[in-house]
Design a protein around this ligand. Structure first.
Ligand code: 13P
Length: 264
């Protein structure tokens, strides 16, 4: 049995790329992952969330490279008259492992609130998809305030979703740090991620959950964060696949190659 990865790197392509650009990026990223010791050793896990139409071809491009695929959103319902929605059952069928829920852009631009986010989290779990559940404060706050508020937010969402028995990926994304020139400070990120990790660790039903940081994350950040964050959730600064390679290098430098016992 393989140990849980020490580092999880998620990448959301949001709506930045066209179709062919997405496929080209996926080919280059899969080639990097497929030969990178951080991924081949099982130390790091990499997942990518492209636009819906690219999910099927990207799943086939990255097959065998260690990169997993997920959707940026999913419907709260599984089937029926929901024009324009995409069901978690459908996503599972085409090979998705993850479904992102609650991203700040969906909350701000599409009016999604806690009820919808919790329902989508439940839909992901019901369909065997790991939710990438985005949480984080709206405005700048001091690290201990942000930690308290974000833990409370996570607790509320998971309780409403009835999601206390399967692992989740918690993406800590302070909303003010998304699309910014710089991420939040390392002290801020470490404080909030450590509080989220402690909260999860006290709940055996959520064993295997991970906390990753997103919001203008890029090369250099993982090395600065040390082990307090379980990884990164990248946006713009993963558009160049060589940046992903640099981040995998940092994961390897930080955690080293796992021992034989840890991976077998
Ligand atoms: O929202 C994010 C990932 O989902 C982060 O995006 P940026 O890194 O582009 O700020």
């Amino acid at each position: 049995m393989r140990a849980a990865p020490a580092v999880t790197i998620g990448i959301s392509l949001k709506m930045y790329f066209g179709h062919h650009q997405t496929l080209n990026w996926s080919r280059r990223t899969a080639a990097i992952a497929g030969r990178h010791p951080a991924v081949t050793s099982g130390l790091a896990e990499l997942f990518v969330l492209p636009s819906f139409p690219a999910l099927v071809p990207v799943a086939s491009i990255v097959a065998g490279s260690g990169v997993r695929v997920g959707a940026q959103d999913l419907a709260a319902e599984d089937a029926g008259p929901y024009t324009g929605e995409v069901s978690g059952a459908h996503l599972k069928e085409i090979g998705c492992a993850y479904a992102e829920v609650g991203h700040a852009e969906r909350r701000r631009l599409f009016g999604e609130g806690d009820t919808v986010v919790a329902a989508k989290t439940a839909a992901a779990l019901r369909n065997g998809l790991t939710p990438v559940l985005c949480v984080g404060e709206l405005n700048r706050a001091d690290p201990s305030d942000a930690a308290a508020r974000t833990v409370a937010e996570l607790e509320r969402l998971l309780a409403t979703a009835g999601a206390e028995r399967a692992p989740v990926v918690v993406a800590y994304e302070p909303q003010w740090a998304i699309g910014a020139p710089q991420p939040a400070s390392t002290t801020h990120i470490r404080t909030v991620c450590a509080a989220l990790t402690d909260w999860l660790a006290a709940r055996p039903g959520l064993a295997g959950s991970r906390v990753i940081y997103g919001g203008s994350a890029g090369p250099g950040l993982l090395a600065d964060l040390g082990a307090d964050a379980g990884g990164l959730f990248l946006g713009r600064f993963a558009h160049d696949p060589t940046a992903v390679e640099r981040i995998l290098d940092e994961a390897l430098a930080l955690h080293g190659t796992p021992t034989e016992e840890a991976t077998v």
